[in-house]
Design a binder for this molecule. Structure first.
Ligand code: HEC
Ligand code: HEC
Length: 350
């Protein structure tokens, strides 16, 4: 039986049934006639014992105990078919320890939550709960952080890195906020994935200075509900019929040529001309990217949506336009500052 099933059992009526059974047995044993019954049962062998009557008074009181010749121990006076019992009581220290544990458990049950009832356990006079203890610890931790939090709130993004202690505190807070809010999309180390940018490198879609990172986090990217969100959409050249498939093959060949690769289809020279007309406005004349527009550089080995021929073709044909939610409504300004500093120190901060 594992821990889980034990818990399920404890939460069910099984435990209540067990307790009821136990209480019923105790009541049965303690019932008024029960005691007499047991006493009689205990006396049967003694009555049969031929030697016993001489040593016995009425009831339980016996004359001086007999001593065993072999061991020198006294006898209890009990005898079963001639086999007699030596009087070897439990050691005192053992008994007292035993009584002490009983006493301890009674005191403990009075002070602390102990006896399981159907929906919860008895409360205990100290009013202790693990939940309450945790709450206190959290409050203490919050109080300990309060001054640092206030300093972060008061300082500008540029001032914080000048104070190594404050920066360490801010980055630690940013790291845990990142794990909770951002790692689902950007990966636990900010390493990114297909469609979600790597935040460790110095290749930025929208900019890697403290202020630019903060603006990205606060307002999101192509996030409609936020009027200040980072906005710019690449047209879906193929799907919306702006260019033909063969023109897109030419463009793909040109884009691959920017990182010294050759495509299986398409004409680079034709692509270059098409690029100047359709793409350079956002991606720059040489495909170097334009940060204000969130348009990535196309000549390096860093790809948000894959750099193989088919992926590049698909990107130009359908466009991608990733969306990141804005965080300013969900997170407080201090947390956004901490996140900004955390992302900035990941490696690519400018
Ligand atoms: C729902 C998924 C999602 C979550 C959650 C998310 N992001 Fe993003 N993030 C994105 C996407 C997608 C982009 C790229 C948008 C684009 O294509 O321009 C992005 C871009 C960014 C950028 C810009 C990178 C650059 O190169 O300019 C930063 C900085 C960033 N995210 C930080 C964060 C932080 C900090 C959090 C947590 C508060 C977070 N993100 C949570 C999806 C997400
Ligand atoms: C209106 C501005 C704009 C125009 C015009 C534009 N793009 Fe883009 N392009 C973008 C933006 C913005 C992104 C980033 C999308 C994202 O982050 O989700 C992008 C992404 C890309 C990517 C993906 C890069 C990667 O890392 O995966 C490729 C490839 C690309 N564009 C090629 C082109 C080509 C070829 C043209 C011309 C036919 C073109 N773009 C025209 C804005 C533009």
């Amino acid at each position: 039986m594992d821990h889980e099933s034990l818990r399920h059992f404890a939460d069910s009526w099984g435990l209540a049934a067990l307790v009821t059974l136990f209480v019923a047995i105790v009541i049965y044993v303690m019932r008024p006639k029960g005691k007499k019954h047991y006493r009689e049962a205990a006396e049967i062998p003694l009555k049969d014992d031929a030697e016993a009557p001489a040593r016995r008074d009425k009831g339980h009181h016996r004359s001086l105990p007999e001593t065993d010749a072999v061991t020198g121990q006294t006898m209890t006076g009990h005898s079963w078919d001639g086999i007699r019992e030596l009087n070897t009581p439990l050691p005192r220290w053992w008994l007292w320890t035993f009584y002490a544990t009983i006493l301890f458990s009674i005191i403990y049950m009075i002070l602390y939550p102990a006896v399981p009832l159907i929906s919860k356990a008895t409360g205990g006079v100290l009013g202790y709960t693990e939940r309450g203890a945790l709450q206190e610890e959290l409050a203490a931790a919050e109080a300990a952080q309060a001054t640092q939090i206030e300093r972060i709130a008061a300082a500008s993004l540029q001032e914080i890195p000048a104070d190594p202690d404050l920066l360490r505190f801010a980055v630690a807070g940013g790291r845990s906020a990142f794990a909770v809010n951002c790692s689902q999309c950007h990966g636990s180390g900010g390493q990114g994935a297909m469609g979600f940018p790597n935040l460790n490198d110095d290749e930025w879609l929208w900019g890697g200075t403290l202020d630019e990172i903060q603006a990205t986090i606060a307002h999101g990217i192509r996030y409609e509900p936020d009027p200040d969100t980072r906005q710019n959409a690449m047209p879906a050249f193929g799907r919306d019929g702006l260019l033909t498939r063969s023109q897109i093959h030419d463009l793909t060949a040109y884009v691959l040529s920017l990182s010294d690769r050759t495509a299986e289809r398409g004409d680079v020279a034709a692509g270059e001309a098409l690029f100047a007309d359709n793409c350079a406005a956002c991606h720059g004349a040489d495909g170097g990217g334009i940060r204000e527009l969130g348009a990535p550089a196309l000549g390096n080995a860093i790809w948000l949506y894959g750099g193989d021929e088919q992926s590049v073709f698909n990107t130009i044909y359908s466009a991608r336009n990733g969306v990141m939610p804005a965080w300013q409504q969900r997170l407080d300004p201090v947390t956004i500052k901490q996140l900004t500093l955390f992302v900035h120190t990941l490696g690519g901060g400018e």
